[in-house]
Design a binder for this molecule. Structure first.
Ligand code: ADP
Ligand code: ADP
Length: 226
C-alpha cells in the first residue's frame, strides 16, 4: 500500500492538534507538531527554545532556517520511514520547498495535505477558550471541549494553562501571518494535486470522520495509479 506522508494545514486554532492527536492514535505514524516541539524547547531552555521564544510570544513565525533543520532531521530518522504526520509545518513556501527537497532526496514525496478550513471569527472563538495541558500539550476548550475536572487534563492529570501566545493581540498577528505567509501553500499543494479541503467548523467527531473518508479515498486513488 502507498505510504502516507501527511501535512495538516490550516489557520491557528483550526483544529490541527485536535485532529492530529486522533490521527496519531489511528494511524500509528510518527506525529511532528512544530508548535509542540518549539514549546518544549522553550521550556527546556535549549538553544532552539532561546531563539524561538521572542518570535512565538509576538505571534510571528520563527525563521525558516531555525525550524527546517528540526523537521529535516526528524524525517531522516527510521521512525518516519513508513510515513509521518506533520502539524504546523510547512508554514511558508521556502519551508515547503525544503520539505520537498528532503523527501526528493529520500525518493519520497508529500502524499496528502489536508486543509482544515475555518473562518477568522471561529479562530478567535477557539483560541480565546483554548486550554493546553502543561505537560504534554493535550488540548481542551472551555466551552467546546471542556475537561471533566476543571483545570486538569483528562489524559494525564497535569495542569491546564492558557498558552502565552493565546491572547487577543497575538491571535490577530498570527492570523495575519497565516494569510500572508501560509495561505499561499494552498495553491502550492493544489498544483501538486495532493490538497483536500476539510470543513473544520463541524464538531470534532464529524471533522475526524471527514478526514478519515478523505484519506481512504486518496489511498484508493493512489493505489489505482501505481
Ligand atoms: P497554533 O496551534 O495556534 O497554530 P502552533 O502551536 O502550531 O500554533 O505554533 C505556535 C508558534 O510556534 C507559532 O505562532 C510560531 O511562532 C511557531 N511555529 C510553529 N510552527 C512553525 C513553523 N513551521 N514555522 C515558523 N514558526 C512556527
Ligand atoms: P490548532 O492545532 O490548529 O491550533 P487546536 O486543535 O489546538 O487547533 O484547537 C483550537 C481550539 O479549538 C482548542 O481549544 C480545541 O479544543 C478547539 N477545537 C478543536 N476542534 C474543534 C471543533 N471542531 N469544534 C469546536 N472547537 C474545536
Amino acid at each position: 500500500m502507498a505510504e502516507l506522508n501527511l501535512v495538516l494545514l490550516g489557520p491557528p486554532g483550526s483544529g490541527k492538534g485536535t485532529q492530529g492527536e486522533r490521527l496519531n492514535e489511528d494511524l500509528r505514524l510518527p506525529y511532528y507538531a512544530t508548535g509542540d516541539i518549539l514549546r518544549a524547547a522553550v521550556r527546556d531552555k535549549t538553544e532552539l527554545g532561546r531563539t524561538a521564544k521572542g518570535y512565538m510570544d509576538a505571534g510571528d513565525l520563527v525563521p525558516d532556517e531555525v525550524i527546517v533543520g528540526v523537521i529535516v532531521e526528524a524525517l531522516d530518522s527510521d521512525a518516519a520511514r513508513d510515513g509521518f504526520i506533520l502539524d504546523g509545518f510547512p508554514r511558508t513556501t521556502p519551508q515547503a520547498e525544503a520539505l520537498d527537497a528532503k523527501l526528493d532526496e529520500l525518493g519520497r514525496r508529500v502524499t496528502a495535505v489536508l486543509l482544515i478550513d475555518v473562518t477568522d471569527d471561529e479562530v478567535v472563538r477557539r483560541i480565546g477558550g483554548r486550554r493546553t495541558c502543561a505537560e504534554n500539550g493535550h488540548v481542551f476548550h472551555v466551552d467546546f471541549n471542556p475537561p471533566k475536572r476543571e483545570g486538569a487534563c483528562d489524559i494525564d492529570g497535569s495542569e491546564l494553562i492558557t498558552r502565552d501566545d493565546d491572547n487577543p493581540a497575538t491571535i490577530r498577528n498570527r492570523l495575519n501571518q497565516y494569510h500572508e505567509k501560509t495561505e499561499p501553500l494552498v495553491d502550492y499543494y493544489d498544483q501538486r494535486s495532493v490538497l483536500r479541503r476539510i470543513d473544520g467548523e463541524k464538531d470534532p467527531d464529524e471533522v475526524a470522520e471527514e478526514i478519515r473518508r478523505t484519506l481512504a479515498t486518496m489511498r484508493l486513488e493512489q493505489d489505482e495509479a501505481v
